[in-house]
Design a protein around this ligand. Structure first.
Ligand SMILES: Nc1ncnc2c1ncn2[C@@H]1O[C@H](COP(=O)(O)OP(=O)(O)OP(=O)(O)O)[C@@H](O)[C@H]1O
Length: 387
């Protein structure tokens, strides 16, 4: 979709911003460009919409050399989101969002209807926020308007330069997640510039790690964290890359432990006897179709006497995550609920629990799989509890 072929940019004062750039971004892929200040990320991005012209090499979009495309026409196919949003202060949020559709000649009513739809999509109620002016919004809301505006004319390509840089870390994480959800539906081809490796890892399908003016590694987040291509990349991703890896390693069925179970409609008596004979202190409570309901302690069952069903005593499950969610989410649920384990569901079906030991094992397996270039289920480890 976007292809760089041996692209270099030397500024008139002789500064080589980038050199020998060759990479490809597939249709619908989100690639993050990450690296320290001044390494050439923004230059790379601005060559795509021809705000900067390369000194040598070619850039192609959909096979077409962009140097032969009229820059104005080119930019209509490319949404652009920047950190300082750049909203027009004297235009309402709705009109700001409708800027590009209006520019390309849509009727005012159609452009505004589209703008309202987009505001809704980025989580801003068009009735409430549409008539406001940019100064009447929070930083995070302005950033959302920036994204809505960039998407308004439905461009196939989106360039985002530090799009979440101007907001505090909590809002940033929320905006990142919202954007990922949005991207799952709109599937734009995205280049996103950031200097934050965490953001690059969280957002990117693939990451281009920049050294000075060149790409040191272009790979998936897991590979960049697991097997840095050069000492420079290893230093850049940091010594805590195991920790960062938590956010890119998905929970798999094999990582789970199967705890004692009790059925919702089971009698207290049989459940109590069974748990006692298994020496279990608690059980996960599931419904008739195996759906997760909650948990029950062996003590509560023992004290309840002979009558009633498990359902009468079951407590709600506070900590649970879906299968496929990152290990980091499970870890954060455990911390948040001060729990020693977290339930994992597949749809509504209870799939098992993740314990700290299993979490650690999953992480080690994933690092090892990358180092050996095999898939994770081909790696065997003794679990901590076996040692
Ligand atoms: N117009 C210009 N004239 C001369 N040098 C420039 C110009 N624009 C950028 N540079 C230089 O080119 C190099 C790459 O700049 P670029 O803005 O692409 O880096 P960056 O990785 O995006 O940095 P940052 O994260 O700080 O925005 C830097 O050394 C910068 O000083």
């Amino acid at each position: 979709m976007i292809r760089f072929e041996q692209v270099a940019k030397v500024y008139p004062d002789g500064t080589t911003a980038v050199d020998g750039l060759s990479f490809e971004v597939a249709k619908g892929e989100l690639v993050t460009l990450v690296g320290p200040s001044g390494c050439g990320k923004t230059t790379t991005m601005m060559m795509v919409n021809r705000l900067i012209e390369p000194t040598s090499g070619r850039i192609l979009i959909d096979g077409e050399d962009i140097s032969s495309v009229d820059p104005v026409k080119l930019r209509r196919r490319i949404g652009y989101v920047i950190q300082q949003v750049g909203l027009f202060p004297h235009r309402t949020v709705l009109d700001n969002t409708a800027t590009v559709p209006a520019l390309i000649g849509w009727k005012k009513s159609r452009a505004r209807a589209r703008a309202a739809e987009l505001l809704d999509l980025v989580g801003l109620d068009p009735g409430t926020y549409g008539p406001r002016y940019p100064a009447q919004l929070s930083g995070g809301q302005r950033q959302r308007v920036g994204v809505a505006r960039a998407l308004a004319a439905d461009p196939p390509v989106l360039l985002m330069d530090e799009p979440f840089g101007a907001v505090d870390p909590v809002v940033r994480e929320r905006l990142q997640n919202e954007f990922l959800n949005l991207q799952a539906t709109v599937r734009k081809t995205v280049l996103l510039v950031t200097h934050d490796i965490e953001e690059a890892v969280r957002m990117g399908d693939r990451i281009a790690v920049y050294g000075q003016g060149r790409i040191e590694q272009f790979d998936t987040p897991a590979a960049v964290l697991g097997t840095p291509a050069t000492p420079y990349v290893a230093r850049f991703v940091g010594a805590d890359r195991g920790l960062k890896r938590l956010s890119v390693t998905a929970i798999e069925e094999d990582d789970l432990e199967q705890p004692p179970l009790a059925r919702l409609d089971e009698s207290v008596r049989t459940a109590a006897l069974r748990l006692r004979s298994e020496g279990a202190r608690w059980a996960v409570v599931v419904g008739t179709d195996g759906e997760l309901h909650g948990w029950v302690s062996a003590e509560a069952l023992a004290l309840a006497g002979e009558r009633g069903t498990v359902g009468d005593l079951a407590r709600r499950m506070e900590a649970w995550v879906p299968l496929g969610a990152p290990l980091k989410q499970a870890f954060s649920e455990m911390l948040q609920h001060d729990a020693g384990w977290v339930a994992v569901v597949d749809g509504s079906r209870f799939a098992g629990v993740l314990t700290p030991a299993k979490l650690h094992e999953a992480l080690r397996r994933s690092v090892d799989a990358d180092e050996r270039g095999v898939s994770r289920d081909e790696v065997e480890f003794d679990s901590v509890s076996d040692v």
